[in-house]
Every structure is written in C-alpha cells, then in structure tokens.
Design a protein. Structure first.
Length: 386
C-alpha cells in the first residue's frame, strides 16, 4: 500500500460522504426537520461534545459504553462525544428551558459518534433527526410522536412502512409480581432478547409460561393483543396495556396504511425507556429507520417521549438520487444571466476559460446541460446533445 493510500484510510464504521449521495442525505435530513417544524416542534442545537458527567447523566447513563471520551485541555475535565442526542435534549429541556410552558416540543438534527457499530448498524458516525415531547404523560403524546415520525418518513419518500410497538417494563413487572429474583430476571431478559423460547422454558419458574406465551405472540398486532389482554397484571402493567390499546386505536384511525406489530418482550435498545416504545421499519430494507419511546427526563424525572430517525438507514429505503439540472455556462456569460437561471431552478457551473466545445466540457464536469445562445441544451447519458 502506498503512503498516499494509507493516509486515505478511515477507521471502521466511518466514511466520507461523496456527491451526489452527500447532498441527497442533507436534502432528506432537511425535509424531516421541516416536517417536525410543521407540527410545532422548535429546533434546538446542542454541542457535539459535553462534559461527561452531564452527557451521561439520567437517560444518558445507558449510553456510557457507546461514548467516546477525551480530556478537555482547558478545564482538565473528562468530556464525551455524544452517542445519541436524546439525553442532550432532555438536559436542555430540564435546565435551560425548565420554565418554558409544557408540554414542550423540541426537534433536533445532527451527527452522533459511537464507540462501535454492530452487524445491523456498522456505521459508527451517522446523522440523527428527531423530536422530544416533554411534560406530558398522556397516551395522546405517545400517539403524536409516532405519527410525527411516520409523517416525516413519508415526506422523505419512504414507503411500505411498519412500526413495532413494545413495552420495555412489562417483563420486569410480571417477574417482580411473581417474586422472581434479579439474576433469574437477567437470564429471562437475555433469552427474550435473543427470541430463544427453549431457554425461557429451561429457566423455568412461575414466570416461564407467561413469558413463553408473550414471546410466541410477537408479530401482528391482533395476535399479540389477544395474548396480552389475557394476562393478569398489576396496576402499573395494566395501565401500560391500556396505553398500548389507546395508541393502536389512534394509529389505525390516523395512519391506516401503517403496518403495526407488537413485541411485548423486546428490550434491546430501550434500556433507558420507561414505557411504550417503538421502532420503524420499511419493507425490504435492512436495519431500522428510527426508534423512540417514553422515558424520564432530568433529575425531576419529568415525563417525556420522543424518537430519533437514522438518515443513513432511511436512504436505503429511498430511490437513488436523480441527476440534478446542472448547467455549464461559458466564461462570457454575465453574472446577471447566471443568477436569473439559478432563480429558475438551475444549478450553474461556470467555465473558467474560453472553450471551443461547451458540450464536451459539460459532459466532463457531469453537467446535464450547457448554455447556448438559444438557451440550455440537454445532453444524453453519453454526453452528447439530445
């Protein structure tokens, strides 16, 4: 390997964004932010790096193993590079905006960095875009954020969408009611996350039949609800079941083309969530498009719910970007003419010297047109005049 090639290598999970994909990703990101704003979610912009003790506080504690650390040479305090933006928004809401009227609707977008990727998410740096609704514990708030995510994905061009609803606290409530000790609960949780019915049965105990039934019910919403509705639950778990019904009713009414599934035993990725949570998928696309759910914000445990959408995964669910209308203009073209063309929607690329063959230069610079005396002239895929 040459020295030049070696210097161009990037660490695993990091990549350069190149044309036209980088521009397409930015356009999609902006479309989602616009969809959030149209629903009353106001934009905030937290820093990429924060002091470790604030970044990993509260909901951020679950992200400790995913967070890069570095020493701040100015303060000599440890800092962390954000691995998720949700804890930052919760910090802003409960400190800088603690006196703002509730419910508080905030939106955000930006890059995050994680220590490692995984098989489904090999990228370690990627863009998030999302919202947080803070200060309401109602099922209407849960329904709203799911619908906002759905609308943003649709606005971006995604189709054949599905949402998987989960209740991260249900397994713990069932086990606690049955007197299951913490170590056995950990074993159950690990088996359920692997979707391993044999191990659930092998662990045994009073919780095994109930958890096996819940595991078998994972899938289409009506099948899952029949099992969940048949359970005898304590007041806390019953309230979560009622919340699930309320949200499903709203989603069926407001988004009839959204496919709904329920996985009452899923916990991976929802470690800091305290209630109904969800994940969005698109048919035939690897990885999830985004996820979110209910959590407690700040030291006062203010009720909150929200989501993050993953722009790099969303791009897999969208058609490849089309070639923009790039117009090569000669060096003799006045700036006033070029500005008028840009107002008409053209991207203008200026030649920097006098050329004998504008068509040839336009093809070389990946332009779709060149400007002749008669107006823009289109080129075909072979760089020839149409």
């Amino acid at each position: 390997m040459t020295e030049s090639a070696s210097k161009s290598l990037l660490p695993d999970g990091l990549r350069d964004g190149l044309p036209p994909e980088a521009g397409h990703e930015t356009d999609i990101h902006n479309l989602m932010l616009a969809a959030f704003g149209a629903r009353g979610y106001e934009r905030v912009s937290p820093p990429l790096v924060e002091f470790e003790d604030s970044l990993l506080n509260g909901a951020g504690e679950a992200l400790a193993l995913s967070t890069f650390r570095l020493m701040d040479p100015a303060s000599q305090r440890m800092m962390g590079v954000r691995a998720d933006m949700t804890p930052q928004i919760a910090r802003i809401a409960t400190t800088r905006l603690r006196k703002a009227a509730r419910p508080l609707r905030l939106s955000y977008g930006g890059a995050v960095l994680r220590v490692r990727g995984n098989q489904l998410q090999p990228d370690r740096e990627f863009r998030q875009a999302g919202v947080e609704l803070i200060g309401s514990d109602s099922s209407a708030a849960d329904s709203e954020v799911i619908l906002v995510a759905y609308e943003a994905l649709k606005a971006s061009g995604a189709e054949a969408l599905s949402v998987d609803l989960t209740l991260p606290t249900l397994v713990s409530e069932i086990c606690n009611d049955l007197g299951i000790d913490a170590e056995t609960q950990r074993q159950f949780r690990a088996a359920l996350d692997r979707k391993d019915p044999a191990t659930v049965t092998e662990i045994g105990g009073a919780a095994a039949p109930v958890l096996s039934a819940l595991l078998a019910s994972v899938g289409p919403v009506d099948k899952a609800l029949r099992t969940i509705d048949g359970l005898t639950l304590n007041d806390t778990a019953s309230a979560e079941r009622e919340r699930l019904h309320d949200v499903i009713t709203t989603l069926r009414r407001e988004a009839p083309d959204l496919d709904i599934t329920v996985d009452a035993v899923e916990n991976r990725g929802f470690e800091y969530h305290s209630g109904l949570s969800f994940t969005f998928f698109a048919r035939g696309v690897r990885g999830d498009l985004g996820c979110g759910g209910r959590y407690c914000a700040g030291e006062a445990d203010e009720p909150a719910t929200g989501f993050s959408l993953f722009v790099h995964n969303l791009l897999r669910a969208l058609p490849a970007p089309t070639m923009p209308k790039r117009l090569l203009v000669s060096v003799e073209t006045g700036e006033g003419v070029a500005a008028d063309l840009r107002r008409q929607g053209w991207i203008t690329v200026a030649a920097l010297e006098k050329l004998d063959d504008l068509a040839l230069e336009a093809a070389r610079l990946n332009c779709s047109h060149y400007l002749a005396e008669s107006g823009p002239v289109a080129l075909n895929n072979n760089g020839e005049e149409e």
